[in-house]
Design a protein around this ligand. Structure first.
Ligand code: GTB
Length: 223
């Protein structure tokens, strides 16, 4: 059985690869694992059938015949642990890769997510004008810290790993924000991730959904 990933039938990101199924697509392309994609409407996400896969009624979910999973980070970790290409072989290297994966979703993503949410839905609140610069400051702090780490490095550790994949996926949300302008080494890190052939294949696959060129249960034969 090919693994089955769920994604938005109509993603609000308009094909920019910002919804969280993208990180899983990218991981699958990195390791060359063929997969299928089940596209769901917002209404379908909240149906009991989907909630058995994800109690929170969200994408992405994953089924591979042996296990069903939710949470994009857990799915990428599951993939990385079972296939060569996204995890070093040694124990310390694996632990450090996981540390970077957690850093991406637990240390770097929260201020970015809060800032984007503030812009999208809190614009009318009386405290909005004060909150936005505060959130931007928090993002700048994280970006400066990442820039310091990335100094003289192409990737977070010696080789590209699932840690880089998750970090780049999180940071891409800042495209067009202007916030990356002050952190050119972080922008260059994102660009290195986006230049990977596997990234380009994953990006094209999700874009095809937005452009109406990919059917439901699309069989994505990773190359
Ligand atoms: N922590 C979970 C994970 O990493 O898997 C979070 C999953 C999640 O937030 N899923 C979102 C979802 O299903 C889609 S990705 N939302 C529907 C709902 O909750 O009802 C989040 C997302 C949405 C839209 C954009 N965008 O338009 O740019 C980017 C990211």
């Amino acid at each position: 059985m090919r693994p089955v990933l769920t994604a938005f039938a109509t993603s609000p990101d308009r094909g920019r690869g910002l919804a969280r199924d993208f990180r899983v697509r990218w991981a699958l392309e990195e390791i060359g694992q063929p997969y299928e994609v089940r596209l769901l409407t917002f209404a379908e996400l909240k149906q009991p059938a989907h909630r058995t896969l994800n109690p929170f009624g969200q994408i992405p979910t994953w089924q591979d015949g042996r296990c069903a999973l939710f949470e994009s980070g857990a799915i990428v970790l599951h993939i990385a642990e079972r296939h060569p290409g996204l995890m070093p072989d040694d124990k310390v290297g694996r632990a450090r890769t996981m540390a970077w994966m957690f850093a991406a979703v637990d240390t770097v993503e929260p201020p970015i997510w809060e800032w984007d949410l503030a812009r999208m839905v809190e614009g009318g609140k009386p405290w909005h004008a004060e909150r936005l610069p505060m959130l931007e400051h928090r993002i700048h702090t994280r970006l400066a810290e990442l820039a310091a780490w990335l100094d003289q490095r192409d990737w977070l550790e010696s080789e590209f790993s699932a840690g880089d994949l998750m970090m780049v996926a999180v940071l891409r949300r800042l495209h067009a924000s202007g916030l990356l302008d002050e952190h050119p080494s972080v922008a260059a890190f994102i660009a290195r991730g986006e230049a990977r052939p596997a990234f380009c294949r994953a990006f094209a696959a999700q874009k095809a959904v937005f452009d109406g060129k990919a059917a439901n249960d699309d069989e994505r034969a990773a190359t």
